[in-house]
Design a protein around this ligand. Structure first.
Ligand code: ADP
Ligand code: ZN
Ligand code: ZN
Length: 674
């Protein structure tokens, strides 16, 4: 007897297909299968059954093979389906795309995949959690937070708001421990923005839960490693899955608790393919799974903060610093007025003095500049020539380490010209400062000091970032200079001075989310100081010392900042008070890209529901040309998310009907950068 099954595949333009299943046993929902599509075979997932064939029965093809992998759960299918609908993509694209690399490939008939080996048993001998006597005693705020989380029944979203060092991680660890005590076979999903740079988290988990497999899942792993980690999770053998954003789609049949650390971090939003927010999907996943979810941050995203204010998330606050830093108040931020203090080689006099004092005292300093390379641009004073990328509408930065100009957007690079390519002037000037130039200035200012630079140029090779960070921890470094890579959760114990050099660049950015991001970054950077309880300083060089953002930072007043920002956004009708979606178009010329968007706009206006949606004018993207491709965008928004979503699905369907004319387009829901 045969049956018809609905199968989703990752093939553009196809949402789902009907196949015939003629095996002896019934086929389960969520099975991963191989099916023919056109002339080739592809991986698909069983998402439904039907009694009738949509076309003549003899035209329906059969399922070729079923992979020997346990079926994916109902809540996993529901999650991928939700994500597909919400982010305007095919279900198959999201679901099959969420499978690990080796499972997305059609296996050769006889090849034995590492996936198909029998599961290893969970090491059950040692207790899952370290002995209770070794755990730090929680303060009352921490205890209340742990109790709220572990007493939650069903879906409860929490926003855990606490300054850096307030013991949020300790709250996660004890909530996990309690969860495992009550349900020893439970699985916990812990999402973090970045794993490579924060090996401490992994180490802390392994130490705390010696008897429970902690499995990491992130893009730094090989295809085989990722597939193995995925399999551990899918088979229920991973107790704790520690992962970056894509891990939100991991299959976790016994999922009982989800934690999103640093929930405000922009890296939870995918920037290519399906532009999903792992943070938002984590909340939806908890809802579908009926389990608690904890979003933790020292500077919550304004979206999450508003939901906590509205009572849609339960707010948990930790106001005190915990552990060794508890004895001291958090370091206060101090503005260094660049109008009064003329900087020398990028460093204001009082920053120079502070650096000298810190090194002389045998303490560590951290110098933060959000720009790599030596200088962001090279200029000719004689004729006005500027170093621009040959392929992008952007400057090419000068890197002294290799004597090349580099485009930080597309990777284009050429040897730096010895003289002006236009007028021959040999005296070209490097304008502005990057990490390399600051490193040079520090070497000159602090002779004999051990200076280390961490940015994506010094950490390309695997393990290099960790080696450099370990040197800082071990005290082999006096001054660490770097980009935002050094701002993430490192627990540097001996840092007593943090200097921030070019914060103003973000202050004047036109993106309405720039202040929110700057506030979060600076709070995080400031949190690197005084971790062991030493008195410490955070100095910010700026031309706008009276800016309200710096005043809020100096007072460590997130709440005041958030209230003010939300009031501004409400008045201006910006997210989270409206829902947005961005249509981007890429073409061989800007005119074509804009033309396509104008057409899309006209189409959009004609669709039902367009009266509830504002469709703005097409404009070039801020980076209007990238790697030779011209890019334009069209913003749409509505005060009703429902109305926007309904209209978007019609709009996407209509746009898909139109031949592209060499245009590639993409629809992004809840864009983070406009
Ligand atoms: P956060 O995640 O908020 O930055 P952590 O959980 O990492 O904070 O805590 C900061 C430091 O304080 C860590 O070294 C941690 O072990 C320690 N700590 C946290 N809570 C306590 C506590 N209740 N008693 C003693 N030390 C604590
Ligand atoms: Zn010139
Ligand atoms: Zn470029």
């Amino acid at each position: 007897m045969g049956a018809f099954v609905e199968i989703v595949v990752d093939v553009p333009g196809i949402e789902s297909l009907t196949y015939l299943w003629s095996g002896h046993d019934t086929i389960a929902l969520g099975r991963i299968v191989i099916v023919p599509v056109g002339r080739r075979k592809t991986v698909g997932i069983v998402v439904g059954f039907s009694a009738d064939a949509p076309v003549a029965r003899e035209r329906i093809r059969s399922v070729s093979a079923v992979l020997p992998v346990a079926p994916l759960g109902d809540d996993w299918l529901a999650l991928t389906r939700f994500a597909a609908n919400y982010y305007q993509h095919g279900w198959g694209e999201v679901a099959v795309g969420a499978l690990p690399p080796l499972l997305r490939r059609v296996p050769h008939a006889r090849a034995r995949s590492p996936l198909l080996e029998p599961p290893s048993a969970r090491t059950a001998s040692s207790p899952p959690c370290a002995a209770a006597s070794e755990l730090p005693t929680l303060n009352s705020e921490q205890r209340q937070a742990v109790e709220a989380i572990t007493n939650a029944r069903g879906f409860v979203p929490f926003l855990l708001f606490g300054v850096t060092g307030s013991g949020k991680t300790e709250i996660y660890l004890q909530a996990i421990a309690e969860c495992l005590r009550r349900q020893p076979d439970a699985q916990i999903l812990l999402l973090v923005p970045e794993i490579n740079l924060t090996p401490q988290t992994q180490q802390r988990l392994r130490e705390r839960f010696p008897g429970a497999p902690v499995v990491a899942l992130h893009s730094g792993l090989s295809a085989t490693e990722r597939t193995q980690a995925w399999r551990m999770a899918h088979q229920g053998h991973a107790t704790i899955l520690l992962g970056t954003r894509s891990a939100v789609f991991a299959s976790l049949p016994r999922l009982a608790l989800i934690i999103v650390d640093e929930e405000h971090d922009p890296s939870f939003k995918a920037t290519e393919g399906v532009r999903y927010s792992a943070r938002d999907l984590a909340v939806m996943r908890a809802r579908l799974r009926s389990c608690p979810v904890v979003l933790g941050s020292a500077t919550p995203s304004l979206e999450s903060w508003r939901k906590a204010q509205d009572g849609r998330y339960r707010l948990l606050r930790v106001t005190q610093r915990a552990g060794p830093a508890a004895a001291r108040p958090e370091p206060r931020l101090q503005c260094i007025d660049l109008r009064a203090e003329k900087p020398l080689k990028g460093l204001a006099p009082s920053v120079r003095t502070a650096l000298q004092q810190t090194v002389a005292a045998g303490e560590q300093a951290l110098v933060f500049i959000n720009r790599r390379g030596y200088a962001p641009v090279v200029a000719c004073d004689a004729c006005g020539w500027l170093s621009v990328c040959a392929r992008c509408a952007a400057f090419a930065a000068f890197h002294k380490t290799d004597g090349h100009l580099h485009c930080h957007h597309c990777g284009w690079s050429v040897p730096a010209p010895p003289r002006c390519p236009t007028c021959g002037n040999p005296a070209l000037a490097a304008v502005g400062h990057g990490t390399q130039r600051i490193e040079e200035a520090l070497e000159e200012l602090l002779p004999g000091a051990r200076i280390e630079r961490i940015d994506s140029d010094t950490t390309r090779r695997r393990g290099e970032a960790n080696a450099r960070l370990a040197a800082v921890h071990a005290g082999h470094v006096d001054v660490l200079v770097g980009t935002q890579m050094i701002a993430k959760g490192h627990d540097f114990r001996r840092v007593t001075l943090v200097a921030v050099l070019n914060a103003d660049a973000q202050l004047v950015a036109h993106d309405f989310r720039a202040p929110e991001r700057l506030f979060a970054t600076l709070m995080q950077v400031a949190g690197r100081a005084g971790r062991a309880g030493q008195p410490s300083r955070v100095l910010v060089q700026t031309r706008f010392p009276d800016h309200p953002l710096y005043a809020a930072l100096a007072a460590a007043d997130y709440t005041g900042f958030a209230t003010q920002q939300l009031a501004e956004r409400r008045a201006a009708g910006m997210p989270p008070f409206v829902a947005q979606a961005l249509l981007t178009a890429q073409g061989t010329t800007m005119a074509r890209a804009l033309e396509f968007l104008s057409y899309a706009r006209t189409v959009g206006h004609q669709l039902p529901g367009s009266d509830q949606v504002a469709i703005y004018d097409p404009v070039p993207m801020p980076l209007s040309k990238l790697a030779g491709v011209h890019r334009a965008q069209l913003l749409t928004e509505s005060s009703s998310r429902r109305a926007l979503q309904d209209w978007l699905s019609r709009w996407r369907a209509a746009l898909r009907q139109t031949a592209g004319g060499g245009i590639r387009w993409h629809l992004e829901v809840d864009p983070m950068r406009i």
